[in-house]
Design a protein around this ligand. Structure first.
Ligand code: Z5A
Length: 212
């Protein structure tokens, strides 16, 4: 009904290269919105707490090997297993701040050479974000931040390919924020675009599905 549509939460997705600052900014945004009295939750993908998430975690830590297509489908399945809960939360008025989503899935797998349309296919029907914020940093600058860990993908050459894939996925609806600004300045810019998007959702923007 009209009332439940007009009071729904917003699906906010943060994307970007490894170490662009998504985790830091998700935490700050969550704290701010929560203190302002909004119903809000902070989510991340991969969600390593589920059975599928544990398989992904083991793969990322180089403790298991999987075919590139198989791991792609596991990342997607990890979003599908949270889809109904996601819809429930949004419809009940909770805004979700999500650290990585389908765009990471497509950007990382297509950087390994998988066909981009094949990569997008299993994401069809997941909820489309109301806002995608891309925290923009060059792979070289990102690598300077505290160094990479031991996880798969945390290598400069691969991150350069991922940056190129993200560029081909971006559309005009994405908000791009310069992630090399101070943490406080990024936070300020992020708040502005998020509050604006939340207002649009409160006013009755319907939920939609990937890929629009
Ligand atoms: N992956 C995939 O292949 N397919 C999929 O479908 C999905 C993911 C969903 C695990 O992700 C890997 O899974 C990831 C993509 C792939 N691989 N890579 N690369 P993850 O989410 O677990 O890991 P991550 O995204 O790489 O997160 P991260 O290392 O935690 O980075 P971050 O969250 O973007 O950054 P951060 O932790 O907030 O900040 C990094 C450091 O920079 C830290 O020391 C901060 O204090 C510092 N920082 C942050 N902001 C600033 C500013 N503005 N100035 C200076 N310093 C800053």
């Amino acid at each position: 009904n009209k009332e439940s549509i007009s009071s729904r939460g917003a699906l906010i997705v943060l994307e970007g290269l490894d170490r662009c600052g998504k985790t830091s900014q998700s935490g700050r945004l969550y704290k701010y919105l929560d203190e302002q009295g909004h119903s809000v939750e902070s989510w991340r993908f991969p969600d390593r707490n589920t059975g599928v998430g544990q398989m992904i975690s083991s793969y990322l830590a180089n403790k298991s090997q999987l075919d590139d297509h198989a791991i792609h489908l596991l990342f997607s399945a990890n979003r599908w297993e949270k889809r109904s809960l996601m819809e429930e939360k949004l419809k009940s008025g909770t805004t979700l701040i999500v650290d990585r989503y389908s765009y990471s899935g497509v950007a990382f797998s297509s950087s390994k050479g998988l066909d981009i349309e094949w990569c997008k296919a299993p994401e069809i029907g997941l909820l489309a974000p109301d806002l995608v914020v891309y925290l923009d940093i060059s792979p070289e600058k990102a690598a300077e931040r505290g160094g990479y860990g031991d996880e798969r993908y945390e290598q400069l050459e691969f991150q350069k390919k991922v940056a190129g894939s993200y560029l081909s996925l971006r559309d005009s609806s994405w908000k791009v924020i310069d992630a090399t600004l101070s943490i406080e300045d990024v936070e300020k810019k992020l708040r502005e675009v998020v509050l604006d998007c939340m207002m649009t959702c409160h006013k009755g923007k319907p939920l939609s599905q990937l890929w629009p």
